[in-house]
Design a protein around this ligand. Structure first.
Ligand code: ATP
Ligand code: MG
Length: 365
């Protein structure tokens, strides 16, 4: 599926805007504050029913409105599929309403499955500089889209973990409740970990291939750490850590402590790389995920890139665009100078659309 049209109302400075014909490569240009990022934010709301700024809706919805809505038409990428209309409405006071093909839809999961969205913006630097949570979420997005049983097991694991931690805090030291949660936790945890390991095994070579094309001599090493000692069973680790778990009131080991480690000469990549290099590594990570998804789940993927040219020199902009061009992605990118992106040698079969934003109003160029 790819987005063929969009209608946005009440997202930041976009009071009402329609784009009838979207392309494969969509470039949004305009001055600072014109509304470029707000377009990406709207597409993010359409695919995930939430902003990329966090859970607060107040800053995302136009001052004069109580709600924002985004509608999109999805066009099949093969000839077999059907067009589907998707709409998401959010209110300042909370709640969301999702419509898919004319029906109300409760599940955010269904929305995420239909419209897999990846985002690269200033905050995605957190993948390198932030804590393990962002990196776990990153890897789990990929696993979710290619491993059927993952989401159910992940939810079971989270539930068992919460209950196990509750039992730990309530001081039920040697009795059955903890053992019961242990069994449930271990079973789900192993499914989650196996799915992540399998995903990582296919992710690693794709990532290195993309990274080498962008930064040939970075010396960056990526590894997956599952959240407990690699030579021991989770069962044994939980038994060994039991007293410590009770003392601190939480579970020290398990897939909830997993991490994707990115290092250079043993140091965290976020501490070593320059800003531009970090951005390129994040692009390689995100593109590797998109590539695996297109391949493994046979789904189209939408990639939102905010201000791609910022902090990237012309040589690396060209390399990045060449990689983007080679993937079967629908791209939504913003930039201040349209030429930076529009003048890249996109292949002939790609449909390039350039839009200009002025004070929240869109014109197709
Ligand atoms: N809740 C709101 N209601 C109305 N306008 C808002 C609201 N929140 C932000 N704005 C305005 O909307 C605009 C949003 O700009 P946006 O971030 O999309 O700009 P941009 O084109 O990406 O700019 P830049 O090039 O600086 O990144 C800003 O001018 C901001 O002042
Ligand atoms: Mg912006």
């Amino acid at each position: 599926m790819k987005l063929s049209s969009l209608a946005i109302s009440g997202v930041r400075n976009i009071i009402s805007a329609k784009i009838a014909h979207l392309g494969d490569v969509n470039i949004f240009t305009g001055l600072n504050g014109a509304g470029k990022t707000s377009i990406l934010e709207s597409i993010h709301i359409l695919g995930l029913a939430k902003s990329f700024r966090g859970s607060q809706l107040q800053p995302v919805i136009h001052y004069s409105s109580n709600t924002c809505t985004v509608f999109g038409e999805l066009e099949p990428t093969d000839l077999e599929g059907q067009h589907v209309a998707v709409g998401v409405k959010r209110a300042k006071k909370g709640g969301h309403k999702i419509r898919i093909a004319g029906q109300d839809e409760k599940s955010l999961v269904r929305l995420a499955e239909m419209l897999p969205i990846q985002l690269i913006n200033a905050a995605t630097y957190l993948l390198l500089e932030g804590g393990p949570k962002q990196r776990r979420q990153f890897i789990d997005w990929g696993v979710f889209h290619v491993e059927q049983e993952f989401y159910g097991a992940w939810r079971r694991m989270q539930r068992a973990l919460k209950q196990r931690n509750g039992a730990l805090r309530s001081g039920q030291v040697h009795n059955t409740p903890l053992a019961a949660w242990d069994n449930e936790f271990i079973e789900a945890a192993l499914t989650v970990d196996t799915a992540r390991q399998r995903y990582f095994a296919s992710f690693e070579p794709v990532f290195y291939d993309l990274l080498t094309q962008l930064l040939p001599d970075s010396g960056l090493v990526v590894s997956y750490e599952r959240g407990w000692h690699s030579d021991l069973s989770l069962d044994a680790v939980l038994k060994e850590a039991k007293q410590r778990d009770f003392k601190r009131g939480f579970t020290h080991y398990g897939p909830h402590r997993a991490d994707l480690k990115l290092t250079i000469n043993g140091l965290a990549a976020g501490q070593v790389l320059s800003r531009g290099q970090q951005k390129l590594v994040v692009c390689a990570l995100k593109l590797a995920q998109c590539q695996l998804m297109i391949r493994g789940a046979a789904k189209a993927c939408i990639l939102l890139i905010d201000d791609l040219p910022a902090e990237i020199d012309h040589i690396h902009q060209a390399k990045l665009c060449r990689l983007l061009d080679g993937l079967n992605l629908q791209l939504f990118m913003t930039c201040v100078e349209a030429a930076d992106l529009a003048n890249q040698p996109w292949s002939d079969e790609k449909n390039i659309a350039v839009f200009e934003l002025r004070k929240g109003e869109i014109t197709a160029l």
